[in-house]
Design a binder for this molecule. Structure first.
Ligand code: GDP
Length: 470
């Protein structure tokens, strides 16, 4: 087992600087991204009065177990997987390769349809893949309150290594608590250097298994369709550890993953059934409308009467096109549907602003300040991060969920919405789309050009000393 200094600091809730100092006293020179072994980590933890058991250390890289104790006895459901990674690293081609090698035999006459997701079968077990790759779509769904994904496949091209969007994807998956399986892709290329990718992954806290960590990494060639089986089998393994259950006998609930107006058939939506089973004739409430499921078909173009948990299905019968990320639920009657819609108050996600922070902390509503940090240059990130994290009190942790260089993008704002956080820009601009989204969603984007002012502002906000904005 191994752990990065940053993860260790987070696990034992100590300032990374203090941890690094303690490491130095123990004769270990390490920076915040460096990975240290279990023994060293345990020694440092002990210095801070914390007894380390292998579990606690490992827990830092693992997602918290879902807290559905009551679902334990229910049948397992297939995992839902999203592919993420830097542009051109092979996300689309990998999705195609998986589909072509493993799609279940289609019925005679059935045609593979693009419905926004598909299922494959490996060793008799199913895996559902969402067809829109990238962390953008993933976080946009989360910002709407939908949890759509169980596992992330992070595609990293072996000839290119970790790039800015790879880092974004890692942070977005982590902020969502979704486990990451790495596909080191393009291993067919003569310039491929998987070891370099593994080193870079380790630098960012993803230590692969053959280096003593617990991140699963698989070499793949989407082009030559190599490593696909290995990847899929590992996804099943992670699914098993995640213990994904659902109740096929419950009324169906789930989320809209794609929707459009079909000229001849009317509103068509692809939904992912997350719990229960969706049946023809079911009345479902979606967003602020409802309708009866008139027809339902799979990614194979096969007509279905019933769709089990984790199955993506295209449905017909809704009066209008629902929004992507809208959740749906089957109800007993139209009356109940109308009632639910009328009672449904517009659920605004809890937003956090510096001005209201103190009150929210005092009210016990906020225990963690999540910050998306954008700076002009890489060198500004670490000092700002450390200073901000130092502001944590016993009632509040300060967590930089994503830090990167460049303008504040719509994506950054989405992440802040999804994580109930705020955005801080340091000596950097804000894209028009980001500004607009932040305004409508009431997300704070704070901009500074002087580190001292930035830190002081957040500090004041934590202490309730900030001037109300006019
Ligand atoms: P995306 O932007 O991540 O979806 O990347 P694409 O799937 O569109 O792939 C980008 C380019 O890399 C395309 O030209 C692909 O044909 C190529 N590519 C993808 N996977 C592989 C691979 O395993 N080996 C090689 N040699 N090329 C690949």
């Amino acid at each position: 087992a191994a752990i990065s200094v940053r993860q260790l600091s987070q696990t034992i809730r100590q300032n990374p600087i203090e941890v690094i100092k303690q490491l130095m006293r123990n004769g270990l020179m390490a920076n915040i991204n460096e990975v240290i072994d279990y023994e060293a980590a345990a020694r440092i933890a002990a210095d801070f009065g914390i007894e380390a058991r292998p579990q606690t250390v490992r827990a830092a890289t693992k997602r918290k177990k879902p807290e559905h104790e009551e679902t334990k006895n229910l049948p397992l459901r297939p995992p839902v997987v999203t592919i993420m990674g830097h542009v051109d690293h092979g996300k689309t081609r990998l999705l195609d390769a998986i589909r072509q090698t493993h799609v279940m035999e289609s019925e005679a006459g059935g045609i593979t349809q693009h419905i926004g997701a598909y299922q494959v079968e490996v060793k008799g077990q199913k895996i559902t893949f969402l067809d829109t790759p990238g962390h953008e779509a993933f976080t946009a769904m989360r910002a709407r309150g939908a949890r759509s994904t169980d596992i992330t496949v992070l595609v990293v091209a072996a000839d290119d290594g970790i790039m800015p969007q790879t880092l974004e994807a890692i942070d977005h998956a982590r902020a969502a608590g979704v486990p990451i399986v790495v596909a080191i892709n393009k291993i067919d290329k003569p310039t491929a250097n998987p070891d370099r990718v593994k080193q870079q992954l380790a630098d960012h806290g993803l230590v692969v298994e053959d280096w003593g960590g617990d991140t699963i990494a698989v070499g793949t060639s989407a082009k030559e369709r190599k490593g696909i089986d290995d990847l899929l089998e590992n996804l099943l393994l992670v699914a098993e550890m995640e213990d994904l259950h659902a109740d096929p006998n419950a009324p169906a609930t789930g989320v809209v993953i794609e929707a459009e107006m079909d000229k001849s058939r009317g509103a068509m939506a692809t939904v992912l059934v997350q719990n229960g089973s969706l049946k023809i004739g079911d009345t479902i409430v979606v967003g602020d409308t409802f309708g009866k499921v008139k027809a339902m078909f799979s990614d194979q173009g096969k007509h279905l009467r019933k769709a089990d948990p984790s199955t993506p299905v295209a449905i017909l019968g809704l009066p209008s096109v629902p929004g992507v990320g809208d959740s749906f639920s089957a109800v007993e009657s139209e009356r109940q549907a109308r009632q639910i819609i009328s009672e449904r108050t517009v659920k605004k996600p809890a937003t956090v602003s510096l001005a209201s922070l103190h009150d929210q902390i005092a009210a016990g509503k906020v225990k963690e300040l999540n910050i998306v940090l954008k700076t002009d240059v890489q060198g500004s990130i670490e000092p700002i991060r450390t200073s901000l994290e130092k502001l944590a009190t016993e009632n509040l942790t300060v967590h930089i969920i994503h830090a990167g260089t460049g303008n504040v993008t719509e994506n950054d704002v989405m992440l802040a919405i999804a994580s109930h956080g705020l955005v801080i820009g340091f000596s950097t601009g804000v894209e028009a789309g980001a500004l607009k989204l932040a305004e409508t969603e009431k997300i704070d984007i704070k901009r500074y050009d002087i580190i001292y002012n930035l830190i002081e502002d957040v500090d004041k906000a934590l202490k309730g000393l900030i001037e109300p904005e006019l």
